[in-house]
Write a protein that binds this ligand. Sequence first.
Ligand SMILES: Cc1cc2nc3c(=O)[nH]c(=O)nc-3n(C[C@H](O)[C@H](O)[C@H](O)COP(=O)(O)OP(=O)(O)OC[C@H]3O[C@@H](n4cnc5c(N)ncnc54)[C@H](O)[C@@H]3O)c2cc1C
Ligand code: SF4
Length: 333
Amino acid sequence: MLNFAYHSPKTLADAIDAIRNSGGDILAGGTTMVDLMKIGVHEPPALVDITGLADLEGHEIGPDRIRFGALARMTHVADDADLVSVAPVLTESLWKAASPQLRNVARLGGNILQRTRCPYFRDTAYSQCNKRDPGSGCAALDGGETSHHAILGGSSGCVAMYPGDWAQALIAFDAEVHTQGPAGRRTIPFADLHVLPGDTPEIETILQPGEIVTGITVPVVPALKASHYLKARDRESYAFASASAAVGVELDGDTVRDVRIALGGVATTPWRARAAEDSLKGKPLTEKTAREAGRIAFADAKDLKGSAYKIKLGADVVAGALMTAKSRAQGGE
Ligand SMILES: Cc1cc2nc3c(=O)[nH]c(=O)nc-3n(C[C@H](O)[C@H](O)[C@H](O)COP(=O)(O)OP(=O)(O)OC[C@H]3O[C@@H](n4cnc5c(N)ncnc54)[C@H](O)[C@@H]3O)c2cc1C
Ligand code: SF4
C-alpha cells in the first residue's frame, strides 16, 4: 500500500507552504493524479488538495478577456450557454473531452496539466521509459506500438502525445496562465507552458515546484466567435483524439483577416500550426485553400510505425474545422 500525507489548505499561502514543507504534489479533481498513484507510476510523499481554495473557482466573460479560475469544473464551463455563443471552441473542446462523470470532477488547471497516455509510461512492467525513469530508454521507439504517438515535436528520447483537448483552444487563441508560487506571481503565455521532450522528457512544463496555476485568461478577438473544435477519435465518447483541430476565423467577405489553427492528438505538446495560418491570411477561405492549410500543418510531421494515418486524417480535420468556422463567420451554424 502507498502511504502519503494529505493536506487540505484553505488559502493559497498555506497551500504553497504545505507543498514546500511536505515535498508533495498538487491535487485538484484527482482524475489524472490518483490514477497514476493507483498504477504505481507516481508516488508523491504528500498530496496538497487545493479544492478548498474558493478563490480559484468560477469563470467570467468580460468584454476584452475571458477569465477561468483553475478550479472551475470542466462541466460548468462546457455548459455555459453564454460562452457557447462567444467562444464555441472553448466549450466544444471541453465537451468532447473524457466523459460526463470525469468532467464533473476534473478542474481546468488539472486538465491543462494532465499527463500523457503513452501505454509504456503508464505500465511499470515496461522498464524503458525516459519520461518515468530518465535515461532508461523508450519502449515505444524501441519496437513498441506507436500508432497513437506524436508525429510532431518528438525527440529520439520520447514521442509521447499530449492528450488534452482544451489546451488546443487555449494555444490557438493566445491564452495566458496565471500562477502563484514560492517566488511570487507570474503570467505565462500558454504557448510557453509546455516544453518539448528533447533530452529531458520528464520535464513537461516550465512550472517550478510548488507553483500553483490560479487562473487562465483568453483575449476576446473576433475569430473567437467563429471558432470550432473538431475531434476525430476511435469512439464518439470517452476517447482521446486521433487528430483534432481548434480553429477560428475572422473574414472580410471571403478573405481571411485572422485565422487560428492548433492541432491535438498529433504532437508532444499543445501545437499551434502557424505556417498553416500564414498560408491563409489575406486569401479567400475555400475548400481548396482549407485543404492546402491542412497539408501545410503536417508538412514537418514524422510518422512512426502505424501512425502515418494521422497525417491524412489531421489534414482533413483541419480543413473540415475551417469550413465550419467559415460558415459560423458568415452567420451559419
Ligand atoms: C478515462 C479517461 C478519459 C479521458 N479522456 C480525455 C479526453 O478525451 N480529453 C481530455 O482532454 N482529457 C481526457 N481525460 C483527462 C482528464 O480530462 C484529466 O484527467 C482531468 O482534466 C484532470 O483534471 P483534475 O482536476 O482531475 O486534475 P488532477 O488529476 O488533480 O491533476 C492533474 C495534474 O495537474 C496538477 N495540477 C492540478 N491542478 C493544478 C493547479 N491549479 N496548479 C498546478 N498544478 C495543478 C496535478 O499536480 C497533476 O499533476 C481523460 C481521463 C480519463 C481518466
Ligand atoms: S514515448 Fe515517452 S512516455 Fe512513451 S515510453 Fe517513450 S519515453 Fe516513455
